[in-house]
Write a protein that binds this ligand. Sequence first.
Ligand code: ADE
Length: 256
Amino acid sequence: MRFDVFTLFPDVFQPYLQASILQRAAQRGLVEVRLHNIRDWAYDRHHVTDDEPYGGGGGMVMKPEPIFAAVEAVLGAELACPVILLSPQGRPFTHGVARQLAELPHLALLCGRYEGIDERVCQHLVTDEISIGDYVLTGGELAALVVIDAVARFLPEVLGDPQGAQDDSYASGLLEYPHYTRPPEFRGWSVPEVLLSGDHVRIERWRREQALQRTWQRRPDLLDSAPLSEADRRFLAGLPPRNSGEDQEAHDPDAP
Ligand code: ADE
């Protein structure tokens, strides 16, 4: 899959793309990320890419001409692929959105900076807007990396494990069960006995119940749409009331 990234800060991408799984995916030809500096298409003497907002107010706005010129030079005037603007005003980025984007052979990501981007870019160039969360970053670069990373995980062979992204939190509609590795005891904290039992039926049941319990404690909203069996529902019905757990406090999104 090919990603074309349009940004004023191409250098921030390299360290992450050149590490670990994404680097291996690039070396194996599974993922290609092409970085384009929007400033290269600012043709005035000082290569200016921003200007003051019409109507006044603080901050600077990214000018439309270099952005249109950059995107059209790389993708053609007919746009060879969807152009996604990373912006806090976009639709929420989720597991499902990442999986859908991974079906595409080619995607362009446009990173905004400054206070915003001239609205004509959003209306006449961009085909989709995505937000990675309800907070404002100083630019779209980190969000673009998040999208590349999450989408790449869905591409066949990018993850070494053939189960790939299927076991993730969210793939099942539930949060993941807890993981343990050696040693069996560390600082007096033991690995749950069931995981050492070799009894795969018991282990599967324990994992399912842990996933259900965790989701109930931390993200009960997910249970509304998760596919649940009768046994799952019986297990959930037997759980204590939600506010009693420590987990809940630690993950309460409205906690101060
Ligand atoms: N740019 C600034 N904040 C952002 C966010 N939350 N998501 C995507 N792009 C952004």
